[in-house]
Write a protein of this length. Structure first.
Length: 639
């Protein structure tokens, strides 16, 4: 009979038992992560890391050239993931629930592009039916005879392609970045890239001339920052890299802490003394790697403040406070979370030292307008007040992804001095673009991502799971706050990197749910053959996006921006005729028929007509009979 008398455990046995429990909680210890063909995923991992690195440096990938390059890299990643799944002998594949919400957005966009019969259109659409009956004409590009939900098919199609890219990035990251070293590699890459972008942004702010990289004139309105066409977009991307840096800092401090007995501090001791004790412990464990990541976080946060993006600054402070709050509640009594305050102080001091503190305060105060762009006659609140009610007249499925400019112009009640390309609030944008369906999908996605993060923070015990939860809380909270004041998620660089990071959080939470004894619906497993089909379909979708964006890129590379603003001598009559022939052949060869191509060809034809009219006037009217001002214009080739 076995002896049931409890025996005292030695200190060595206690440490080994605690280490064993941590190992069981570490991702990669379950059977799902053990795969003999995992090494085949490295081309895909490298492709994702390259996409994360180069996406912001291509002006946020807002142009089709950048989108095409990102699509090629994500296609490599998706193909690599499919290869790993194909050679894997497992019976089940893990899939993220949040991916189905993205897929719902894609289906919504495709439904908005589908031509509808009169009966179906009358039931599904609202004011779209009236608009299409008024303006539609067979054979005119951009105005199909059949009614569709989308009022701007070109913008909706581009948004669908972007959603496909994001879904493929999320799913491939979920399938390839599973082990500890892979996730740390992703965080480290984002940290280094964010530090470089922050340093470049601060330097650019000192020497800005209104052009991107001091050379490129942006066709988009806004204040450029670093490599982005708009400072709000740049601040949003820096917050993404800051989230990865926060996760890296948390992991380094947890995993590299002392292996001795845990520090016990009585709650009866004053808070300031507890804080001082924790500060001394942290300083005693400070290493070169920890110091480097802390400095990177301070520099990135200072760059966010230097961008003078009010939404970015609010998101920075709000995300930091939310992270501290949830970390304190989940890992109590870790008063060391109060370290966020000296870090924020360091960020403010660095911002004051480099000279942008006064400008930032002016952005929030009266001297820079303060909340003027919210409350002015054409401010954001005015824009929202006249456009938000329009979703009731468009139907429950919205007016089409990316159609906000048309709605703002249609419903605006003031004289137009500027065109709102976006609602500058992601939740308002979703409501108008996709109606209640898109709003529900967006809120569910945000809520699910936040649940992923808090689940890891509360239920995890290893350094990686807790750090991933901390990273996720800051990521979701800061991005949601930023998206309520600015418009960053439509930027391909921001959207793709956000999807990649969410995919990493999703797998860690799914993996933890599978390791816990109590069953959790958070973990979704599908048959292996279904996972292969999903990967193959995503690969095909990303290839489709790459082909489409390559065609648009080839067209844009041959166009001349602002044809109507060119003087006659810069593109004369013969050159205009030749350019019309070349662009017509290119349009037929590429097989594209978008409204933007039709507008461009129309501008060229109008230019040719004006030049022919000028030539006729010059032949029939002696130059000496003209007035002095007109004679100078004719001689200069400007009349």
């Amino acid at each position: 009979m076995a002896d049931s008398t409890p025996r005292p455990m030695t200190l060595k046995e206690i440490v080994e038992t605690k280490r064993s429990s941590r190992d069981n909680d570490r991702p990669g210890s379950d059977a799902e992560s053990r795969n003999d063909f995992e090494w085949l995923g490295w081309p895909g991992r490298i492709a994702i890391l390259l996409a994360v690195v180069i996406a912001p440096w291509m002006m946020g990938s807002v142009y089709y050239e950048g989108r095409f390059i990102l699509a090629v890299l994500i296609a490599v990643a998706t193909g690599s993931w499919w290869l790993v799944l194909t050679l894997n002998t497992g019976r089940l594949s893990a899939m993220p629930w949040i991916g189905f919400l993205l897929f719902g957005g894609i289906l919504l966009g495709l439904l908005q592009l589908t031509p509808l019969s009169e009966g179906v259109a009358g039931w599904v659409t609202g004011r779209q039916g009236e608009i299409f009956r008024e303006w539609s004409a067979p054979g005119i590009v951009g105005y199909p005879a059949a009614t569709t939900i989308s009022l701007d098919r070109e913008s909706t199609w581009n948004q669908v392609l972007l959603l496909i890219l994001c879904l493929a990035g999320l799913a491939s990251t979920h399938g390839l970045f599973r082990r500890q070293r892979e996730l740390l590699l992703l965080w480290g890459t984002c940290c280094v890239n964010g530090t470089a972008l922050a340093f470049f942004g601060i330097i650019y702010k000192f020497t800005a001339n209104g052009k991107i990289f001091w050379q490129i004139e942006s066709v988009f309105q806004g204040q450029p920052f670093a490599s982005f066409v708009n400072r709000n977009n740049g601040a949003g991307f820096l917050l993404l890299t800051l989230a990865a840096t926060v996760g890296l800092i948390n992991y380094l401090w947890i995993s590299n802490s002392s292996r001795g007995p845990e520090l016990l501090i009585s709650r009866e001791i004053p808070v300031w003394r507890q804080f001082g004790t924790w500060l001394q412990v942290m300083l005693s464990e400070l290493t070169a790697t920890k110091l480097a990541t802390l400095l990177a976080a301070v520099l990135i946060a200072a760059a966010v403040m230097s961008s003078l993006s009010r939404g970015g600054v609010i998101a920075l402070l709000g995300g930091a406070m939310a992270t501290m709050l949830y970390y304190g509640m989940a890992r109590r009594p870790q008063i060391g979370a109060l370290m966020i305050f000296p870090l924020i102080g360091a960020v403010i001091c660095l911002t004051m030292w480099i000279g942008f503190y006064d400008d930032l305060m002016a952005r929030f105060g009266e001297r820079g307008g303060g909340l003027n762009d919210l409350t002015a006659e054409e401010g954001r609140l005015k824009s929202w007040s006249v456009t938000v009610p329009s979703f009731l007249s468009l139907g429950w499925i919205g007016g089409g992804l990316g159609i906000y400019p048309a709605l703002h112009r249609m419903y605006s009640e003031v004289n137009e001095t500027g065109l709102y390309e976006y609602a500058e609030n992601q939740f308002v944008q979703a409501l108008l673009d996709g109606g209640v369906v898109a709003e529900v999908l967006l809120l569910l996605a945000v809520g699910l991502a936040f649940y992923y993060a808090t689940f890891l923070l509360y239920r995890g015990s290893s350094g990686l799971t807790v750090a991933t939860g901390t990273f996720g809380v800051f990521l979701v909270s800061s991005q949601v706050l930023a998206s309520m004041f600015d418009f960053g998620w439509y930027i391909p660089a921001n959207a793709l990197v956000l999807s990649v990071m969410t995919g990493a959080i999703a797998f860690q939470s799914h993996s933890l749910a599978g390791r816990l004894k109590k069953k959790n619906l958070l973990r979704l497993e599908i048959p292996a053959w279904a996972g292969k089909v999903v990967a193959l379909l995503l690969f095909a979708g990303v290839v489709l996006s790459a082909v489409a964006w390559h065609r648009y890129w080839k067209w844009d590379s041959q166009t001349i921006a602002r044809v109507g603003q060119l003087p006659p001598g810069e593109l004369d009559l013969e050159a205009t005729k030749q350019h019309i022939d070349e662009m017509g052949r290119l349009k037929r060869n590429l097989g594209i028929s978008r409204a933007s191509e039709a507008r461009y060809m129309g501008e060229l034809w109008m230019r040719m007509t004006r030049l022919q009219y000028y030539a006729t006037l010059l032949d029939q009217t002696p130059v000496k009979s003209l007035g002095a001002a007109n004679r100078e214009k004719v001689e200069a080739g400007l009349w």
